[in-house]
Every structure is written in structure tokens, then in C-alpha cells.
Design a protein around this ligand. Sequence first.
Ligand code: UD1
Length: 348
Amino acid sequence: MKSNSPQPETRNGARILLTGAAGFIGSHTAEQLVMNGHQVIGLDNLSTGHLSNLNNLRGNQNFEFIEANVLDEYRFNRVMKQFQPHTIIHLAGLVSVVQAQQEPAINFSLNVQATDLIARSAVANGTRRVVFSSSAAVYGDLEEYMIHEDSPTRPIGLYGAAKLASENLLLGYARSYPLEVVCLRYFNVYGDRQDPKNPYSGVISIFSDRFSAGKPVKVFGDGEQTRDFVSVRDVARANRLAATVNEIQSGSRNICTGQSRSINDVVQIFQSIYPEAPNPDYAESRAGEILHSCGNGGYAAMMLGFEPYVSMEDGLSDLVAVQNLANYSANFVSPARRSTVPKEAAAQ
Ligand code: UD1
């Protein structure tokens, strides 16, 4: 999917403050930034993120981790004063769409109030740019097949409403102060480190977990509903580009592949990886379910030089490989330890 169109110039060695660094998208973003020579301070309160997600960055001189809550204004401002970042990538927030609906006050404080705090601190400290993790949930249930940034925004729940409120706030700051703002509307992100344990987790994390355990997956409806699935590696690269492209116009950009795949397609790809897997069970459609969702990524290509590189087939094989490696490491007993493991335990 790589194109030959000219890439916009990017800044080298930028100082970047990354909130939500220990999360699913945050940890991949931190790795890509550091791998590309940027200096990163990662903040996370570890409520849903895990330190183990940052294992690859342990001891790296260009990465520092601080356990802190973004709503702790005093602490946040102190980090900002000391580090003086060129860009803040703000990924911390309430990630569960269901919890946002059930606990509106938490949704407001984490998904709106925290954004305002960050924008104020950015302005006060002369930070040049804020990149914000928004969501395709801002569009709600649109009739349009190919959603672009000028499509109407009619979120159907509080999660999407809070993301949209944050976008508007940030863009208001961009019009009022010398601050650049890029809001990235992620479509259905998948990849390793996404938690499969919640029934409302992303479908691919649930399927991957069940296929690897040899259990049947449950498909809601006839499985012909479609989504625009984008690999977390592409999303991390979009974050990096949004943070480091030299010239940017403030605004909102879709981060998607522009290709929709059905849930049956996803099942088929997993079945080709796990030929022995049991057949899926089909169940009633989820109430209020959107049937089709697909994004137009033209703006992100033009403004950020972002195009997705990872095909669904590659993304899913990659996910399975990483999962297998994690299972192998979890079960691996080093030769040094083996001699101390009781014989019965070692035999299992
Ligand atoms: C996403 C959100 C959801 C939110 C909706 C609207 C995530 C993970 N989900 O849903 O909370 O309400 O946007 O903004 O962010 N599916 C199965 N079997 C499963 C799980 C899912 O067939 O075990 C199907 C679903 O019915 C759906 C598709 O897979 O058709 C994708 O589901 P999901 O990953 O939850 O994403 P969205 O439906 O886009």
C-alpha cells in the first residue's frame, strides 16, 4: 500500500510529551518515536495501561517514564516546565465506550477536562503543537459509505460526544493562540497489547484470544457488517507524523485504510492461520449496531504523508506471532531456573 508521493519533511530529534504512554496505542507510539530518534517523556497513571507494554524501551536514554495522572495539574505543569516539549501527543483518556456511557462524570473529566488542562499548559509553556487521539465515534451512525472529515458529526453516545467536544476545544485554542492542533480520528484500531478481556473490546482482540485458545468465536448478526480496520503500527506512525511533520494545518484527520472488511473476512483470515479452529457461532446482531463504516484518508495522506502500510492479512499474522511469542515466554523456564523447579511442576 506504499505510494511514491513525496513525503512532507519531518523534524529530527523532537522533544515529545506522550500521555497514555503505557497503553495499547501509546506504547507503540512511544517505540516508533524513540526508534526515529525523538526524545520522549511518557506519562501514564497505569489505570488501564501496563508498564510491561514499555519493556522494549527499558534503559533507553531517549525515553523516560513518569507515573502520573493527567488531571494532576500541578504535577503536569511541573513536567512541562522541566521538559519544554515541542509537541504533546495526548492519548490518555477513558477508553471504554461503555464506561463512558455509564459514568458520564468520569468521561467528562478524563475525555474533556484533561484536554483543556493540557491545552492551557501547552499555551503557557510555548509548546508548538498538540496531537489529540480522537475517534471515528464522532461521526455516529452515518448513511454515507465513505466517511470524510467534512461529513456530519453526530455522535450517538457520550464517548463520541466527549471526543468531539475535545476536538472543538483544542481547535478553539489553535485559533486563539500560537498553537497547532491535529486531531486524529482513529477508525477500528487492532494489534498486539489490546486487551481482549472485556466483551466490548475490539473484535479482533477477542477473536485472536479465542482462536489461539482453540475456542469458537461469536459473530453477531450475519457477519457481513464491515469496518475499516487499521493496524496499531500504522496508527503509531500516523501519530509520529502528526507530531513531527514540519508544516501543518490545524484540523481533524481520519486515520483509516479506506478499505472495509467484513467480520466474516476477519474470521476467514484467522481460519487460514488456525485451520483446526472450531466454526464460529452466529448470534443475534448487537442492538444499535452500525452496519458499515469506512473512512476516507485523503486528508491524512495530503497533510501528513500518512498512508497505511499494513494489510489485514499481515496485521493479523503479526498479531498472532507476537501473541505466540508472549505465550512461549510466559511458559519458558530458563535452564538456570529449571534445576530449582520441582520435577512435577517442570513436567507439566
Ligand atoms: C466501536 C466500539 C463500540 C462503540 C461503537 C460506536 C470498540 C472496541 N467498540 O464498535 O464500543 O459503541 O464503536 O462508536 O471501540 N463483533 C462480533 N463478535 C464479537 C465482537 C464484535 O461479531 O465478539 C462484531 C460487532 O458486532 C461489530 C464488529 O464486530 O459488528 C466490530 O465490533 P467492535 O470491534 O466492537 O467495533 P465497533 O462495532 O465499531
